[in-house]
Structures are given as C-alpha cells and as structure tokens.
Design a binder for this molecule. Structure first.
Ligand code: MFK
Length: 571
C-alpha cells in the first residue's frame, strides 16, 4: 500500500512538471504479440524432425520458416481485413436484373491467391514427398489457418473435392481436378460441398434435391446431362467455382443409397450463376469472412460422378479429407490461443508480478499446452495415414486405423478446441471478452469446429459404425499395442503400463455395452476414450524420441511434462 502511494506521488509530481493535469493512472497494457509461428513452435519443429527424413526436413525448415513469418505479417493483416469486411449479397443490379452477386473483400481474394501460390492444396496432389506430402501440406495449413479468417474452409472443401474426383472422377471431371490442384492463381478453384438441406445436416439420407436427366428438364444431354432442383440450406464457400452436391436422380429409391454425387460448375463464362439463386447469406456466430449461403437450385447443370447411387459412401472420400482438415484447424486454433495467452502472461502484471510467475496461472497454461500437444500428435497421426492411403502405401492395418481415427480425431480435437479457446479468453480477463482485442474471434471460430463436418454425436456413431461394420477396432488395437511394445525406456514404463490398462478397460467396457445393448448410448464415451488412449501412445512415443535424439532435445522436457499431464487427465 505504501509503495503504491509513493508511486502515485511520484507520478503526480512528474505530471505537474509537465504542466498539465492528467488522471492519476497512465498505465496502458501492452498487447500480446506473435513471433514467427514456425520458429516459436517447438512441438511442430520436433514433430517434423521425428517423422520426416533429413533432406525433406531441411527443405521444410526453410519453407515453413518463411511461411511462419508470413502468417504473422501479411497473411495476418489480410485475415484481419477480411474479418472486418464480411461478404455481402447483392441480389439485383442497378437495373433490377437478378444477379445474386456475393461481394467479398479484396483481402479474401488475396488469401485465395496466396493459397494457390503457396500450394496449400497442390502440395497434397503433387506428392513430391510421397506419402509424407500430406504432412508437408498440413504443417503449412496449421500455420495458415488461424491467420486466414478461415480461408482454410474453401481450401478444405476444394481439397476434399479433388480427392473425391481423383477416386471417382473420369475424363469429364479432369479439368475440374486440375483447377483444384494447381498453383496458378489465375486457374485455381475452390469447391463447395452441398449436402445439408432444410431436413438436416446430419441425416443426409433425407436429401430432397432431385436430379433430372437433361432431356426431361428440357435440355440436350452432353457433358452435364443432369439438371438439379432443390434447396441447399448451408453451402459453405459459396463464392467457389464449383461444388460437389448430393441429389436423388428422379425415380431413385429413398434413403442414402438412392443419392448420387454431382459436380456443379456454378457460373458461366460471363460469371453469371447457372440455374442457382442465392436466397441469403447466413448470419453466423463466427467464421464471419466466410460466405455461407442458402441456395435454390433451379436447373443447375450437374455432372454425375462415380455412377448412380451410393452417393453417401462415395462422398465419404471427400468428407474424410475435410474432417482431417477440421482436426488440423482445431489444433492450429488451440496453438494460436495458447501462444497469445502465454505472451500476454509475460506482459500482464497482477498482484505484484507478471502472470507467468503466478504458479496457478502458469499451471493453467501448462495444462492447456498439454491438451494441444496431445491433440496435435493425434491429428497428425491421421494426416500421416491419409497420406499413406492416397499414395497406396498403407497396409490393411493402416487403413483400418485411419477409418477409426478420422471421426475420432475430428470430434475430439474440435471439442477441445472450444475448451482451450474459452480458457485462453479467460486468461486475458475482461480483455478476452472485448471484440477489438481480436481475442473473442478465437472462441467464435472454434465453436464451429464440433458442428460442421459432422457433430460430436454423429461422429461418435460413425466410430461405432467403423467398429461394428469393419475390422477397424482390431487394426487400431493391434497397431497401438505394437507401438507400445517398442517403447522400452525405463522412465516410460509406468506410462506404458497405464496406457495398456486403459486399453484393457476400454475393451471391457465396450464389451459390457455390447452385451447390454447400450453401445449407442455409450458411443461418445467410447470415441473419447479411443482418442485419449491414441494420443497417450503418440505422446509417449514422442517423449521417447525427443529424449533419445539430439534433434528432439529442445522439446524433450516439454514432451515428458505433457505426457504426465495427459495421463493425469481422463478425457
Ligand atoms: C478448416 C476447417 C474445414 C472444415 C470446413 C467445413 C465446411 C462445412 C460444410 C459442412 O458442414 S457440409 C455438411 C457436413 N455434413 C456431414 O458431414 C454429414 C454428417 N452426417 C454423417 O456423417 C452421417 O453419418 C452420414 C450422412 C454419413 C450417415 O448417412 P447414412 O446414409 O445414414 O449412412 P450409412 O447408411 O450408415 O452409410 C452409407 C455408406 O457410407 C455405408 O457404406 P456401405 O453402404 O458400403 O455399408 C457407410 O459405411 C459409408 N460411410 C459412412 N460414413 C463413412 C462411410 N465410409 C467411410 N467413411 C465414413 N466416414
């Protein structure tokens, strides 16, 4: 108290000297800052050194070092500008003609150009690093996402569409594939994914959009022999050049099996929409720069892809890619929130010392960091397996693990992204709740992650679908036990035993639920337990590697600490 009064007196004298009357407190809190997001990220650097061979690592080091600087300078500025100028629908031109123009900011367009030039989608299809190309691509996406005002969404959709066309497309869709995967900004396309209708986003089988063969819709058949009629309730990235849409060919059976997938090119050569009306843009909690729209399809031309029927199963090749994007975006958002909170904690003083020196605050931040580390390693495990699948190098077991992990990593990281963002906001006190600090956007944008691309419950049911209808459970269990067998360091024996016990407990509780016919009721618990155990094993493997390899020494203490914290939690 005495010290504070003394300070106030000194301050008062200083102000009198300046000859003006000032309020007694002239304190201004320094804002949090961001350093190069590659160089500052010891886990990302350690993970890449662990998983990637030396020549590739050297190339990545230089590329990501450069990109890590861009995402806190020009790309961050573009993201802020795009956020400040959200898309706007102009339904009519000055003369009353219906145009349905969605006007986006220059910044949003520039983010598109940068995405092409940086190869944010192309890297995955050039496959210059073979099965590790997805790791390369997703490491870049991880840096890009939190600065991009969710430009990562059109990229995810475009990438998912590219994969769908790669698997199910043919000569008629070759041109679209090339546009989606080019680095040439003048030719680069993104895509929408049009599944959701008024009947629901989860139960896609209720889709009511009809596809009529051209002749019956009054047009000649050709490259696009179908015309689509219906309403799509949520169409993300509506300024994209194309979309993959689900529709039921006239007369096809009801339910999911009767659906087919169509490639729709949205505009003609003049830029006018083809048989599409934009009913309105959605007014969303977050992702405000992203043009999400409600559309009426009134004869939009479509090309059937992959043959008639079984559209849900076919489009799974698309949403399995976008779900991995979702997981990478989730961990990227967590990292950004934590880094800002950590920096702030060095600058903000309360009760006589910087927050970072307050044991409870430091502990809270360390717990958040451990959550992000586990989620990061989990998400990138799925990334590695996706890369293997696409390059044809995945074993049957890898494919089984990927089938199970895709919904698991999506649902788990998304849920934690919201929790971490919320806690990080709190670490700023009131400032975390004030819009022009930029901090609330972290929470708003995190909240979409558990919702789109399949909610937590729907994905938990997908986990059950994978367990009950495929051999994914056996593949996952065998894989994780083999990896645990290889962890032979005495300091990690306790951790490995703990993880094995959790696998055993999970298998027992699953069997009990099966016997009691309560698998569905327990689906979320099962999915979370699989995620927690999977991440534990990855954390233990990484702790071993970083403790025994010079390239991991910089992160060894953090790796050991995060494993301990992770195992102390149960979800
Ligand atoms: C940076 C972030 C990027 C993210 C951007 C996000 C943009 C947001 C845009 C959107 O949100 S678009 C809307 C997203 N909507 C969804 O993701 C749909 C959520 N609902 C589901 O996933 C349901 O589980 C599903 C629609 C798949 C259920 O449909 P059905 O017709 O009741 O499923 P059914 O009969 O169980 O499965 C049909 C077939 O597909 C089966 O194959 P078989 O016929 O051979 O047995 C399934 O095994 C197969 N299948 C389903 N899900 C699969 C799958 N196969 C592989 N992987 C999967 N995930």
């Amino acid at each position: 108290m005495t010290r504070k009064r003394h300070e106030r007196e000194e301050e008062g004298n200083g102000l009198r000297e300046l000859g003006r009357v000032m309020p007694p407190s002239e304190f201004y809190q320094p804002a949090p800052c961001l350093d190069n997001q590659y160089e500052a990220d010891s886990l990302l650097r350690g993970y890449l050194a662990w998983r990637v061979p030396a020549p590739m690592l050297r190339a990545l080091h230089s590329e990501l070092g450069r990109f890590g600087e861009r995402v806190v300078t020009d790309i961050a500025a573009l993201g802020r500008a795009a956020e400040a100028q959200p898309p706007r629908l102009v339904p009519y031109d000055a003369w009353g003609r219906r145009i349905d123009d969605i006007v986006v900011s220059d910044a949003w367009r520039e983010l598109d150009r940068i995405s092409a030039v940086e190869g944010l989608v192309a890297i995955a299809y050039e496959r210059a690093n073979g099965e590790l190309s997805r790791v390369h691509q997703m490491a870049k996406l991880y840096l890009f996402h939190p600065s991009s005002s969710t430009y990562s969404c059109p990229l995810a959709m475009g990438d998912g569409a590219a994969r769908f066309l790669e698997v199910h497309g043919d000569e008629r869709t070759r041109n679209a594939f090339e546009h989606l995967t080019t680095r040439d900004p003048a030719r680069f396309w993104t895509s929408g994914q049009w599944m959701t209708e008024r009947t629901g986003g989860s139960d896609v089988s209720a889709t009511s959009t009809i596809a009529r063969p051209g002749e019956s819709a009054g047009v000649a058949s050709g490259a696009e022999p179908y015309r689509l009629f219906g309403t799509k309730w949520f169409t993300s990235a509506t300024t994209s050049q194309m979309a993959i849409a689900l529709a039921r060919i006239d007369g096809a059976p009801a339910g999911g099996r009767g659906l087919s997938a169509f490639l729709v090119e949205l505009r003609d050569a003049t830029g006018a929409l083809r048989g599409i009306r934009v009913n309105r843009l959605k007014d969303k909690l977050g992702t405000r720069a992203l043009p999400t729209a409600e559309l009426t399809l009134d004869g939009a031309p479509g090309t059937l892809v992959g043959g008639a029927g079984d559209g849900v199963r076919k489009i799974a090749s698309m949403f399995n890619v976008t779900r991995v994007y979702n997981a990478v975006a989730a961990v990227a958002g967590m990292r950004r929130a934590i880094v800002l909170a950590q920096d702030y904690a060095t600058k903000r003083t309360a009760f006589g010392k910087p927050l970072i020196e307050q044991p409870l605050h430091r502990e809270t931040l360390a717990d958040l960091d451990a959550v992000e580390r586990g989620c990061f390693l989990l998400a990138f495990h799925a990334v590695e397996l996706l890369g293997k699948e696409e390059c044809g190098t995945a074993t049957e077991r890898d494919l089984g693990v990927l089938r199970l992990l895709t919904p698991v990593v999506k649902l788990y990281t998304a849920k934690h992204a919201v929790g971490v963002a919320s806690e990080a906001l709190e670490a700023f006190g009131g400032a975390g709740y004030i819009e022009d600090t930029g901090i609330p956007q972290l929470l708003r944008d995190a909240q979409v992650l558990p919702i789109w691309e399949g909610t937590t419950n729907v994905l938990s049911l997908d986990v059950l679908r994978a367990i009950e209808r495929t051999d994914a459970w056996t593949a996952w269990r065998t894989d994780i036990e083999l990896r645990l067998d290889a962890i032979d360091q005495p300091s990690l024996v306790g951790a490995v035993e703990q993880i094995r016990a959790r696998i055993e407990a999970l298998a027992r509780s699953m069997q009990a639920a099966r016997d009691a016919s309560t698998l569905e009721t327990n689906a979320r618990r099962i999915a979370f337990a699989i995620a927690h155990v999977s991440a534990s094993a990855r954390l233990a493997e990484y702790a071993l590697w970083s403790a025994t390899h010079p390239a991991g020494a910089h992160d060894a203490a953090a790796a050991a600490d995060s494993l301990t914290r992770w195992l102390a939690s149960s979800s």
